[in-house]
Structures are given as C-alpha cells and as structure tokens.
Write a protein that binds this ligand. Structure first.
Ligand code: BGC
Length: 254
C-alpha cells in the first residue's frame, strides 16, 4: 500500500465553502485556506462551480487526492439529506458532479464524519479506545461515532427529537445566535439537555465538541453538568478540510 502524504480538502457548510491542501503527515494546511460564502441559492450547480474554483486556486494540488465534505447524509457518493442546504441536493450523485466539475476523482463524505476522521488521526480523539462521539456545533448539529478508531458513518443524532423539537434547531450554535442566547443560557438550558439525552442513548466514553464555536470552548464546556468526559476538538474549524483530504487519500490507497 503506497502512502499518500498530501491531499486537497474542501468543506461545504451552510455559511461557507472552504478548502486547502493538507500535509497528511501532520494534519496541517500546506497553504492558507480559501473561503467562499455559500450562495443564497445553494443548489448543486452553484456549489459545484465554487468547488471547481477552489480546486483551481491550488494548482500545486492538481495531482493530490480530493475529498469534499457535505452537510448531510452521503451514501456511496450520493447525497441523501440536506437540512441546511438547497433541497435539490437530495439524491444528487455528488461524487460524479464534483468529479465532472474538477476533472478528477473525488471522495465525498459527511462533514461531521470528516471532522471525526481528522480528530481521530491528529487531534482530541487520537488513540482513544472505546466509543467516541464527535459533535459539531454550527448551523446544525453534526455527529460522528468512532468505535476503537473506526468511524460508523452517517449518524444523525443532531436530529433527535427532544422535547418535541428537532434537537439542532434548539441546541446548535446557529440557534444560540438566532435567539441571542448567552453562553450560559445556551450551555445550561440547551446543550446540557441535548448531551444528557445523547449520553443516555449511546453511553460514549468521550464526547469531542467541534465546529467554529469550539474556539470559545472555555465559555461553555465547563458549564455542562453531564456524566461523559467532554473535550473541545483540537483542530477547531480545520477538521472538515483535513478529514476530507485524509479520507480521500485513504480511499485511494485502501
Ligand atoms: C445534517 C448533518 C450534518 C450537520 C452539520 C445536519 O443538519 O443533517 O448531516 O452533519 O447538519 O452540518
């Protein structure tokens, strides 16, 4: 098995689409990342054009494996859900779409899954045995389950129904912003309820909290009264890009 040491990762989110070439031996960016705002009409054509533009922006990455994350369920390269992007994505073959747009093979995977792949290799979940639950708090809530270092793809625990609501509409950092909640209100009233339900259902050994807001982890993680040890992601908002690049490299060598 040959070892690929670089990859290009692109992370599609509800607010931004970001990419960078990644050094897979360290999990660090080789170049400053490029970010484009997600267009209001976030349909497959518009997003594919941006993915193409980001790939072109890094000519040195032309021969590198390309991984792209998507904020929804992705089975065999086909998008199955799109809670926070245009609904026309549902049943789109994203792998073929991005391969045509960029002229190269592409690996497409769920955004939280990509983040967990990166945290497992380089970050907060490295060498952690047992069951690790990664949650990414952003526009929605992404989840990824890693068991003894192996990912169980496409878990969607952000959409658990809790107290009659789709959990992410109450506990994501998007909800915090929308409702102008303080860190304390958000942590003690929303996140704690969410994590207590999740820990009672899954009994993880560790919860890793990612997403942009994890940069401010000291403002809310210490307020959580839950049973499971909980830590901030160490790659912060680079995890999606890094995990996408790593997953792409692994599917080329695996
Ligand atoms: C989607 C997940 C995604 C998460 C974070 C949720 O609404 O259903 O697939 O991982 O948002 O983007």
């Amino acid at each position: 098995m040959s070892q690929l040491t670089t990859g290009l990762g692109i992370d599609i989110g509800g607010s931004g689409i970001k990419g960078a070439p990644v050094d897979l031996t360290t999990g660090e960016f080789l170049k400053e990342r490029m970010k484009v705002l997600t267009p209001d009409r976030s349909d497959p054509e518009a997003v594919a054009e941006i993915v193409h533009g980001i790939a072109e922006h890094f000519p040195e990455a032309a021969g590198m494996p390309l991984g792209v994350t998507f904020p929804g369920v992705v089975q065999g390269g086909v998008v199955r859900t799109a809670a926070n992007l245009d609904k026309s994505w549902i049943d789109t073959d994203a792998r073929s779409l991005f391969a045509e747009a960029t002229g190269r093979p592409v690996r497409v995977l769920n955004d939280a899954d990509a983040a967990a792949v990166a945290e497992t290799r380089y970050g907060a979940a490295k060498d952690v045995p047992g069951v690790v639950l990664m949650t990414t708090l952003g526009t929605g809530i992404g989840t990824a389950l890693v068991v003894d270092g192996r990912l169980v793809p496409n878990t969607e625990f952000g959409h658990l129904e809790i107290d009659g609501h789709d959990a992410e509409t109450r506990a994501s950092s998007g909800a915090k912003e929308r409702e102008a909640l303080s860190y304390r209100e958000w942590a003690t009233e929303r996140l704690q309820r969410y994590y207590r339900v999740v820990e009672d259902l899954l009994w993880p050994d560790l919860i890793v909290v990612g997403g942009g807001v994890s940069r401010k982890a000291e403002k809310f993680l210490p307020l959580l009264d839950i049973r499971t040890p909980v830590v901030a992601a160490s790659l912060l908002n680079t995890a999606g890009i890094v995990g996408a690049a790593l997953a792409a490299a692994e599917s080329e060598t695996g």
